[in-house]
Design a protein around this ligand. Structure first.
Ligand code: NI
Length: 171
């Protein structure tokens, strides 16, 4: 947080299925998994492209009680809220280490975009899956979750907020 590359509007991917793109995706998954992240957006590793990865086939040590989200690479995403219902829950971010805050998100969304081969993705999701997608896609429009926190009494150091249940697992 503080790096101007996290505040840009990312460029759409123009060419699919290139070596460069596949390399980027591999690098992003490696980075995400090395810090047990739920997702990662290209701007977080300094790449100005509309690419996000998220999901895990196994329970995530950072979010052990959360439902599984399918492993996904999403390019040039568009999010549309489904209904007006919101949901507030805790979020952290690998670009904001050590902190977490309660963030409002749409409860249900439809998201569309493309995979690295240019094949379309079109899903209706809710809950944690919807939250992860909204968090990652925010990185593509220069938004970090603290910009969406409404109640700063619910923003702080993970190890202080959650000391009694030992959830503090940020890097
Ligand atoms: Ni993040």
């Amino acid at each position: 947080m503080g790096d101007p590359r996290l505040l840009r509007i990312a460029q759409p991917v123009q060419r699919f299925d290139t070596d460069e793109l596949h390399l980027l995706v591999r690098d992003m998954f490696e980075t995400m998994r090395s810090v047990n992240g739920a997702g990662l957006a290209a701007p977080q590793i300094g790449v100005d492209l509309q690419v996000v990865v998220f999901g895990s086939g196994n329970p995530n040590p950072r979010y052990p009680d959360r439902p599984l989200v399918p492993t996904t690479v999403l390019l040039n995403p568009v999010i549309t809220p489904v209904g007006a219902e919101e949901d507030e829950d805790w979020e952290g971010c690998l670009s904001v280490p050590g902190l977490c805050g309660k963030v409002p998100r749409w409860l249900r969304i439809r998201y569309t975009g493309f995979d690295p081969y240019g094949d379309p993705i079109d899903r209706m999701v809710e809950g944690f899956h919807a939250r992860v997608v909204q968090h990652e896609c925010d990185h593509l429009v220069g938004k970090l979750y603290p910009m969406r926190v409404r109640d700063f009494a619910q923003f702080g150091y993970t190890e202080v907020l959650f000391q009694e249940i030992g959830v503090a697992q940020d890097r």
